[in-house]
Design a protein around this ligand. Structure first.
Ligand SMILES: Nc1nc2c(c(=O)[nH]1)N[C@H]1C(S)=C(S)[C@@H](COP(=O)(O)OP(=O)(O)OC[C@H]3O[C@@H](n4cnc5c(N)ncnc54)[C@H](O)[C@@H]3O)O[C@H]1N2
Ligand code: MOO
Length: 403
């Protein structure tokens, strides 16, 4: 089977990936970071009444000329409207947020007035008509204004939804990702290692990436290299209605690489296996019923690079979030050799030069087993298939991993 180009693999993995039709309804306080699944409209008009924007006196602009003395008629505070209209020649003490009494058309701010002992208010500077009055509905109107489906629920959107009187919101359900590590050699962090054993590390990084991309993670643990163990894990993924099953390891051609066999045995339609990429060549993609399956290679750098490249955008699409925006142009700080047929993702450092330009430096060690090199990397330099040797100072594309 020929190696599939990376772009084609990504296109196929993302095909048809969209939020589920049915939203999840959550109390407003639980919606931060989620995505609105339906358009919503205001259930209230705001402000519901003309409101004062300042502390001062509600007056008639035509009466409140400099030097005028107005009779203090009463008080209006937020939550406590003045009962009745403003009388001629009068002023009503008013506070920010209070309803403007009927008949008043300006707010004389207290800095421009003086309260005299005899129940009069002296106007020192005349207010402008309409000044400091927020008209009813100036913010939004019941049934007319709202938030659109697809809106990311950040603090501003949540405040607006609350003000519109939505106690709960329809949000896009988080995609459910089941993650399965495979391999007889694997133990969990903290466990004692026997001969030939290593720690299962990638699962933790891939789970973190999935959560950061808005997914809910189902940890299927470690399955040993036996069909019954893999079958059991698949049962769990299916029973838990995972949208995506990510397997790690057992994707290559060795006698103990049983993942694909286990999956096709259960009816998975294999879309492709093996792509023109380094690291990550044995990537596998398919569908088992409604569940998308991504088989990541076991080498840590391979699984993490594949997860960034394919799993992250798949999850953001399923969750209705924007596609990751990680690609930048940078300048190579060293020469790089010509490339072969596999698109290369070089674990690299990334600095900012004096003029704000990004400068990428590949690690001298690129073996796909190296976790410290991956943890140290700030970006991946992308070298297209058959790219010619490139000199220090030339530009390259990078995928940013962290600041
Ligand atoms: N004859 C060939 N051998 C290999 C080929 C090939 O084309 N022909 N491809 C190589 C490439 S490229 C890769 S990548 C690896 C991927 O192999 P698998 O996906 O089958 O992965 P495993 O063999 O299970 O593991 C590889 C390596 O990674 C370690 N591992 C596995 N899972 C984890 C985990 N959860 N956490 C940390 N480390 C893990 C495992 O112990 C192995 O050392 O195949 C090459 N071989
Ligand atoms: O595709 Mo593998 O990840 O190069 O070691």
């Amino acid at each position: 089977m020929a190696l599939m180009p990376v772009d084609e693999a990504l296109r196929r993995i993302l095909e048809g990936a969209a939020p589920p039709a049915e939203p999840e309804v959550l109390p407003l306080s639980k919606t931060y970071g989620r995505v609105l699944a339906r358009d919503i409209l205001a259930l209230r008009t705001h402000p519901p009444f003309a409101a004062s924007a300042m502390d001062g006196y509600a007056v008639q602009a035509s009466e409140a000329i400099a030097g005028a003395k107005l009779k203090l008629q009463g008080e209006a505070a937020a939550g406590h409207a003045f009962d009745g209209p403003l009388a001629p020649g009068s002023a009503i003490r008013i506070f920010t947020g209070a309803p403007v009494p009927e008949g008043a058309d300006a707010i004389l701010i207290q800095e421009n007035a003086e309260k005299l002992d005899d129940g009069l208010v002296l106007v020192n500077e005349a207010p402008e008509e309409g000044r400091y009055i927020r008209p009813a509905g100036v913010d939004f109107t019941e049934g007319r204004t709202g938030l659109a489906k697809g809106r990311f629920l950040d603090p501003g959107a949540i405040t607006f939804a609350a003000a519109m009187s939505h106690a709960e919101l329809p949000v896009v359900r988080k995609p459910r990702v089941a993650i399965l590590a495979t391999g007889d050699e694997l133990r969990l962090p903290g466990q004692v290692l026997g001969p030939g054993q290593i720690i299962a590390s990638n699962t933790f990084g891939v789970a973190a990436l999935a959560k950061a991309a808005g997914a809910e993670v189902i940890d299927l643990g470690i399955a040993i290299d036996r069909m019954d163990a893999l079958d059991e894990a698949l049962d769990t993924a299916i029973a838990q209605e995972a949208d995506v099953l990510v397997t790690i390891g057992g994707a290559s051609v060795g006698d103990h690489d049983l993942v694909q066999k286990a999956l096709t045995g259960r009816g998975m339609a294999l879309d492709f296996w093996k792509i023109a990429m380094r690291p990550g060549k044995p990537l596998m993609s398919g569908k088992l019923g409604g569940m998308r399956v991504l088989g990541l290679p076991g080498n840590p750098a391979s699984s993490l690079v594949c997860a960034h490249l394919f799993l992250e955008p798949l999850l953001t699409r399923l969750g209705g979030l924007p596609d990751p925006d990680r690609i930048r142009t940078a300048i190579l700080s060293t020469d790089v050799p010509e490339n072969d047929l596999r698109q290369d993702y070089l674990r690299s450092d990334l600095d900012t030069g004096a003029d704000g330009e990004l400068i990428a430096t590949p690690s001298p060690r690129q073996d796909s087993s190296l976790m410290k090199v991956f943890a140290d990397a700030r970006c991946l330099i992308i070298r297209p298939p058959f790219a010619a040797a490139a000199k220090a100072g030339s530009t390259c594309e990078v995928m940013v991993l962290r600041d």
